[in-house]
Write a new protein. Structure first.
Length: 522
């Protein structure tokens, strides 16, 4: 199956706004979602992985949210908002009559509590491992309640992505203060929000169960229960799907996509993803502190073959950290050519004429942006060996441990990927490549790449409001990243989910999150 990027963009609009049946939606039933890994945490302030927010997006809500099928912001727990002329002061007017799942009221104090516990080191529930706090609440100076249903947030300076960040599924959702006080650090296993589903049970490495919130402030959800079933093996998950042991699945390989398309009882949804998969070189470790070594890696690996053999028509080779469908993408960048001779020459110039030994960390489980990580790692290893770089593959750990070790900078080279959180280039370039985020143990910049020119450009782009100027700055930053080569970019992949024909109304979001409150079982 091979679809164009434009057709994929059309499909995502369809997926987000069209019920895949003309029958009247039915209430009740259970929807079982098969996925490739367990969640890391159900506290929205802690994780940075999609397997966690895939669940928490159904439990928690923020002040604002993205519309189905786009990254355009709409009201959620805040009914309206306004900002000052200098864009430093934001006033949010909250929705009344909303209750958390523990029957405590949602109000301005709960918003202040949820945000300050991630910002204020003196807050009793502040923790240093909140992965998205620094990014989501960048430049936030104060958060205070004006009255019971009004919140004022003051920024140190204008910050263009601020409202987009508040709609993200990470960090920005509002939690129950009373539940946090009751559970403390165990809150991540006992999450309490205001969303359409209530947490029921978590059996680690097996399943997470959510139940319908019958007191939901908006239209009540249709399913009675959601089950997120962890099945790491791709073939086992596909078999469970075909035999109706699960109703929906993701983490679909190109080969599995063909099989699903051929089965009349199943339905495949595909869209062009706002994502990137990459191999990051730890620039704080030798020899990857040497730009010639990093460029040698880029010339040594046959990217076209990786995409051809392991993505099978479902991806395009990536040449920038920003995906082609996102505004600000620099289409003028010319990718590094596959040239082993050039790679050997660069290694010689860097003082490694006889090569060197290193480690190549590969994701232990398939991810939406990389369906066959171990196979891709073996191919990269072979390419590197041909120029004298002898890489040992490291992959024997669970998903949560893998992420934690990468963010702590323990790797030499590490494979990872990213799906947009907010539809802004800042979410790729600043989060993944700025020096602010190259600080272990919670470095989202796993290349630990620190470049002052990029830092100055990205900070300026955050503080200007004109989109044309931001585009110019982001394109300039991409040129520097390309020249400095902290990554070997791999692919921008099409995204797939699948469901049995008796499941309808799935709302797929560009960030990879599935909203299930309007899904129903025929």
């Amino acid at each position: 199956m091979k679809l164009s990027l434009m057709s994929g963009l059309l499909l995502i609009l369809i997926a987000g706004n069209f019920a895949f049946a003309q029958n009247e939606p039915k209430k009740g039933g259970t929807i079982i979602w098969g996925r490739g890994a367990d969640s890391v945490s159900l506290d929205p302030a802690r994780p940075i992985d999609n397997e966690s927010i895939k669940v928490t997006a159904n439990i928690f809500e923020g002040l604002v949210r993205y519309k189905d099928g786009s990254t355009e912001v709409e009201p959620a727990l805040a009914e309206s908002w306004e900002t000052s002329a200098d864009e430093k002061q934001w006033i949010f007017h909250l929705r009344k009559g909303v209750f958390f799942h523990d029957n405590t009221p949602f109000n301005a104090d709960s918003v202040v509590f949820s945000f300050l516990r991630q910002i204020d080191p003196h807050h009793p529930f502040y923790r240093k491992d909140f992965g998205y706090a620094d990014f989501t609440f960048k430049y936030v100076k104060t958060v205070e309640s004006v009255d019971e249903y009004t919140v004022k947030i003051v920024l140190e300076s204008a910050y263009a992505p601020f409202l987009q960040n508040l709609a993200m599924f990470f960090a920005s959702p509002i939690i129950s203060p009373e539940a946090m006080k009751k559970w403390g650090d165990e809150f991540e296993k006992h999450p309490v929000g205001t969303g359409p589903f209530i947490f029921s049970q978590w059996i680690p490495n097996d399943r997470i169960i959510l139940e319908k919130n019958t007191k939901y402030w908006a239209e009540p959800p249709l399913p009675d229960k959601l089950v997120f079933k962890s099945i790491p093996n791709n073939n086992s998950r596909l078999l469970a799907f075909k035999t109706a042991a699960i109703d929906c699945m993701d983490g679909i390989s190109p080969k599995a996509a063909h099989e699903i398309e051929a089965d009349r009882s199943l339905n495949l949804i595909s869209w062009a993803g706002l994502n990137i998969s990459y191999l990051a070189m730890n620039t704080q470790k030798k020899p990857f502190d040497n730009i010639k070594v990093r460029r040698a890696v880029n010339h040594a690996v046959n990217k076209q073959n990786l995409v051809k053999f392991f993505y099978k028509g479902s991806a395009i080779p990536a040449k920038s950290p920003v995906p082609p469908l996102l505004w600000g993408y620099n289409e003028n960048i010319k990718d590094y050519e596959y040239n082993p001779d050039k790679a050997r020459q660069l290694l010689k110039e860097a003082g490694f004429e006889n090569g060197f030994k290193t480690t190549l960390w590969a994701m232990p489980v398939p991810r939406p942006y990389m369906p066959q990580p171990k196979e891709i790692a073996r191919a990269i290893k072979g390419n590197l060996a041909s120029v004298g770089i002898m890489a040992e593959i490291v992959s024997d750990m669970d998903w949560g441990t893998y992420l934690a070790k990468l963010m702590n900078g323990e790797h030499d080279m590490g494979m990872l990927g990213w799906v947009t959180d907010n539809g802004d280039p800042d979410n790729f370039l600043y989060v993944l490549l700025d020096k602010d985020n190259a600080v272990p143990p919670k470095a989202t910049n796993i290349a630990l790449f620190c470049n002052e020119n990029i830092h100055e450009i990205l900070k300026k782009a955050q503080q200007v409001s004109k989109k044309e100027e931001r585009i110019r700055l982001y394109q300039s930053a991409q040129e520097i990243v390309h020249e400095q080569a902290p990554w070997f970019t791999i692919a921008n992949i099409r995204q797939f989910i699948a469901h049995r024909k008796n499941i309808h109304g799935l709302a797929q979001h560009p960030t990879g999150i599935i909203r299930l409150n309007r899904a129903w079982v025929e």
